[in-house]
Design a protein around this ligand. Structure first.
Ligand SMILES: C[S@@+](CC[C@H](N)C(=O)[O-])C[C@H]1O[C@@H](n2cnc3c(N)ncnc32)[C@H](O)[C@@H]1O
Length: 266
C-alpha cells in the first residue's frame, strides 16, 4: 500500500483540513524557501493549498503538483487558472519525472500518510537538482494537535477499537521527534534542519469541528463511519462534551504544531 489517506470528497477535505493547510502553507514556504524563476514540485497536493500559495509567493517558472488520489487531482485541475501549474496523478514513491528536474520538491502534510515514507523522501531527492531543496511538513498528532487528540482520547475511553484508532493516529510515519530529520539524513540530504510550524484551528461551534469527521472525511471520519447507531450516538455525545468542556457550545480555538524539515541535495 502506498497511501493510507482516505479520500471521501474534495469539499469535505476542504472543511476538514484544506482550510487549515491554506493557513500553514505560507509558513511552510517561508521555511522551505522559494525564488523567482524556479521549478517546484508539490508532492501530495490535495486540493492545492500549497500549489496555489506557491503560485502567489514568487514568479516561478513552473509548478508541478502530483497526488495519489484522482479525486484531488481532478479538483486541483478544476480550481487551477494558472498556466504555470501542471497537475497529474502520481505516487510519491515512484515520481514520474527525470532526475534533477526541479529546484525544490515540497510535501505538505503528506509523508505521514505514506507507509514507505523514506522512499518518498528518496524520490523527492532524486528529482531535485544538486544544490536544490527538499522540504516536508507533517502534523505532530501525538503531542501537537490537542483538537484531534481530544477526539481520539475520547473514543479510546469508549472502546477497544477507539484505542486502536488512537494508537494508529498518534504513531503515523515521520511524526516522532527527530524522525523526519533522521530520514532526510539517511536519504543523503545535507544541511538538514528541522523546525516546528504552528497555526491555530478556529471553529465556530461543535458542528463546525465535527461535521467533516461525522461525514466520514479523513482517517478519523473513516473510523466514525464504522460505528453502529448506538456507538455513533455515544461517540457524538462524548466528543461534543469534550469540545464544549463545560461551557455552552460556541467558538473554540486549538493550537496545531507541525514538524518541518528541509535539506539540500548534494
Ligand atoms: C492531508 S492531505 C494534504 C494535502 C495538501 N498537501 C494540503 O496540505 O492540503 C494528504 C495528501 O497526501 C496524498 N498522498 C498520500 N499518499 C500519497 C502518495 N503515496 N503519493 C502521492 N500523494 C499521496 C493524499 O492523497 C492527500 O491528498
Amino acid at each position: 500500500m502506498t497511501s493510507t489517506f482516505t479520500v471521501h470528497a474534495a469539499a469535505g477535505y476542504e472543511r476538514l483540513m484544506g482550510r487549515w493547510s491554506q493557513k500553514l502553507a505560507p509558513l511552510f514556504i517561508g521555511f522551505a524557501g522559494v525564488a523567482d524563476g524556479e521549478k517546484i514540485l508539490d508532492v501530495g497536493c490535495g486540493i492545492g493549498s500549497l500549489t496555489f500559495a506557491l503560485a502567489g509567493a514568487a514568479d516561478l517558472a513552473e509548478i508541478c503538483a502530483v497526488d495519489y488520489s484522482p479525486v484531488f487531482v481532478e479538483e486541483t485541475i478544476r480550481r487551477n487558472k494558472d498556466p504555470r501549474i501542471k497537475v497529474r496523478q502520481a505516487d510519491a514513491c515512484d515520481l514520474p519525472f527525470e532526475g534533477a528536474r526541479f529546484d525544490r520538491a515540497m510535501a505538505l502534510l503528506v509523508l505521514h500518510f505514506v507507509p514507505e515514507s523514506g522512499k518518498a523522501v528518496a524520490e523527492m531527492r532524486r528529482v531535485v537538482r544538486p544544490g536544490g531543496v527538499v522540504a516536508a511538513a507533517v502534523w505532530d498528532h501525538l503531542g501537537g494537535m490537542p483538537g484531534m487528540r481530544m477526539m481520539v482520547d475520547t473514543v479510546a475511553a469508549l472502546s477497544e477499537s477507539g484505542r486502536q484508532l488512537r494508537r494508529r493516529f498518534c504513531f503515523q510515519p515521520m511524526m516522532q521527534p527527530g524522525e523526519m530529520q533522521r530520514s532526510f539524513v539517511e536519504q543523503g540530504l545535507v544541511n538538514v534542519t528541522q523546525t516546528q510550524l504552528m497555526i491555530r484551528m478556529d471553529y465556530q461551534n461543535f458542528d463546525d469541528y465535527w461535521a467533516p469527521i461525522a461525514a466520514g472525511e479523513g482517517p478519523l471520519g473513516k473510523y466514525v463511519a464504522t460505528l453502529d447507531t448506538a456507538e455513533r450516538a455515544r461517540t457524538d455525545a462524548a466528543v461534543r462534551d469534550a469540545y464544549e468542556a463545560g461551557r455552552p457550545d460556541g467558538p473554540r480555538s486549538f493550537a496545531n504544531d507541525a514538524w518541518a524539515c528541509r535539506g539540500i541535495v548534494p
